[in-house]
Design a protein around this ligand. Structure first.
Ligand code: SER
Length: 596
């Protein structure tokens, strides 16, 4: 079975009777209007408002999709046979609809009947209780009733069988939701337990004999400010299963890089370096994973930089370059785009399952991807060799400053020599030279709460006003291509091929502020995408929407398809000022504005 078949099979299974799930598109890797986290790292992340009880715009309570995910926390583990930064997560959700019995029965049937995984190779885990929550007796009984023998059922504490984006009940910040989970593990035939991982092997042992392929989370608690867990009035199911891992199980092949979702990339690396995968697994896995992640990020408009998502992209690209260079001893600036084209894009192009956008089908998009990779390679290759030669003479900060070595790469090169890098010192030096990329700070990389604070909500409504004001002042060719909001400002990207004059900027700002002064009411209606379009609502991300969409109207000034949330009245925003404009590639401009 191919990865594409598996994705389709799962979507078919959950959307067909009697399960009747609505297939929803994958959200982008870079979450919109959520400054607290850099990437979507699980399928449930874009759905938090609905898991908390807000009705889904489709009106449905059963959803299924395959979500593109990026987990930077796992970056240091990439290189073994099962960890990646980028992956697709197959997910199904019950928003206060079905619960444990249906979920566990369906997923068991999917694995054993649809995928025909041998029952004796499957093991399940159950929450043993703790932190004031009882053992998950229901789940245990359901697994038994499905015929799973006692010796294939394992109980674990919160560290293993509790899921929230922040970890165990104790680690959850107030407001966070989560609950006990139940995982299914596959046992590979060819992997034998290695005693260096402990005397006894069990599903959660790290030896690689078992691989987690399915996780049903029963999201039924919310952390309170006093530290207690409160039952949510709506009990949800949040299922997630790694597409690449499930595929490895189907093939009884413990190395996910041997699946068809990676093989073309590995072959390209072998061809370029003239080396065999079997002799250089770790490096080739890192290159394959990082380059795939980079291609998906660039496809969403992320560009290498020293901040936020751009910095992660830069690290992914530069680390691939270092590894490729170390393997082949030589490097041309187009190596990465060759692998991207023949390996990554050929794997996903035209073969993504509806309703996904055909990821890389536009030639223009492909050219953009190659040009970003080529430019970044060109820049870095110029200095790479010199930097490597002076690795032991220069400080990590100088390597960063002069040769563009991300500190994580220097850290890794040091480790290869058995040396340790003093990260504190590096950070101090960096702080002296610039207003430290707070951005690269640890917290941001670990994911966080979906941010629906008042201030970001204000910026979100201001973004809609800005969008419409730009169209009125500059013309209807203006369309949003990106948006990013922090607690301090909004950033808005749109199509327009020349800088705005001061007069135009003033006009746009005045028009926005006039709407704020006018105290316009913000209203929301749910309707079909077609209906929204017939009412001339702005909807420029059609591939992201489901059948039913929310349309936010701001008085008679603006009408736009959007997930929300927004302020109730524009008077709640307060006047804004546009303080910066810049170009972001050809035909695109970027504005920054803040509430004064
Ligand atoms: N949210 C859970 C996970 O990421 C299940 O979807 O594993």
């Amino acid at each position: 079975m191919t990865g594409h078949n598996l994705r389709q099979k799962y979507l078919n299974f959950f959307s067909s009777k009697p399960r009747n799930h609505l297939i929803i598109p994958s959200a982008p890797l870079v979450p919109e209007n959520d400054p607290t986290t850099l990437f979507n790292s699980s399928g449930m992340q874009p759905l938090v408002p609905y898991l908390l009880g807000q009705p889904h715009p489709s009106g449905q309570t059963r959803l299924v999709n395959s979500q593109k995910c990026l987990r930077t926390q796992d970056i240091s583990e990439v290189g073994d046979n099962r960890h990646t930064t980028f992956f697709e997560m197959l997910g199904n959700w019950s928003l206060g609809d079905y619960f444990k019995t249906d979920q566990l029965t369906w997923i068991w049937n999917f694995l054993t009947q649809e995928l025909k995984l041998p029952k004796e190779k499957l093991y399940v885990t159950v929450y043993q209780g703790g932190d004031g929550v009882p053992r998950d007796e229901d789940t245990y009984q359901i697994w038994k009733s499905l015929g799973i023998p006692e010796d294939h059922i394992f109980f674990y504490p919160s560290s293993k069988n509790w899921w929230s984006r922040s970890g165990t009940p104790q680690e959850m910040p107030s407001g966070e939701i989560g609950g006990p989970d139940s995982e299914v593990f596959f046992e590979f035939t060819q992997v034998k337990h290695d005693p260096k991982y402990g005397q006894h092997c069990h599903p959660n042992c790290d030896c690689g004999r078992f691989l987690e392929i399915a996780n049903s989370v029963f999201i039924q608690y919310q952390k309170q400010t006093d530290g207690s867990l409160k039952e949510l009035s709506q009990k949800n199911v949040d299922f997630g299963g790694g597409l690449e891992r499930m595929l490895a199980a189907i093939n009884d092949q413990p190395d996910i890089f041997m699946t068809d979702l990676f093989q073309p990339i590995i072959s390209e690396i072998e061809a370029l370096t003239n080396l065999q995968y079997s002799d250089h697994q770790t490096s080739m896995r890192i290159i394959a994973d990082h380059l795939k992640a980079a291609v998906f990020l660039i496809n969403e408009g992320v560009e290498p930089s020293n901040k936020l998502q751009g910095y992660v992209l830069r690290r992914l690209i530069r680390r691939s370059i270092v590894k490729l260079y170390q393997l082949s001893g030589t490097l041309k600036p187009n190596y990465l785009s060759i692998i991207a084209k023949q390996g990554v894009i050929s794997t996903y192009q035209s073969r993504s399952t509806p309703p996904f956008p055909n990821f890389f089908d536009s030639n223009q998009k492909q050219r953009e991807i190659f040009s970003v990779l080529d430019n970044e390679s060109q820049q870095f290759i110029k200095t790479l060799d010199k930097g490597l030669k002076q690795l032991n003479q220069l400080s990590p900060f100088d390597l960063y400053q002069t040769y563009g070595f991300p500190v994580e790469i220097t850290q890794e090169l040091y480790a290869q020599q058995g040396r340790e890098l003093d990260l504190d010192q590096f950070n101090q030096e960096l702080k002296h030279h610039q207003d430290l990329s707070r951005t690269a700070g640890k917290g941001m990389f670990q994911g966080g709460l979906q941010d629906h604070s008042q201030i970001t909500t204000k910026y979100h409504t201001a973004t809609h006003l800005l969008h419409q004001a730009l169209r009125q002042v500059l013309g209807d060719h203006v369309r949003q291509t990106g948006s990013n909001i922090t607690h301090q400002r909004l950033r808005f990207d749109f199509t327009h091929d020349q800088p705005l004059s001061n007069q135009q900027l003033q006009q746009v700002e005045d028009l926005v502020n006039q709407q704020i002064k006018n105290k316009l009411t913000v209203t929301c209606q749910t309707m079909s995408l077609q209906q929204a379009q017939s009412q001339n609502a702005l909807a420029f991300f059609a591939e992201k929407y489901g059948d039913q969409v929310k349309v936010y109207s701001i008085g008679n000034f603006s009408k736009e398809v959007c997930g929300g949330p927004h302020v109730a009245n524009t008077a709640d925003i307060g006047p804004i000022t546009i303080y910066k404009q810049e170009s972001v590639g050809s035909g695109r401009r970027r504005l920054y504005a803040k509430i004064v």
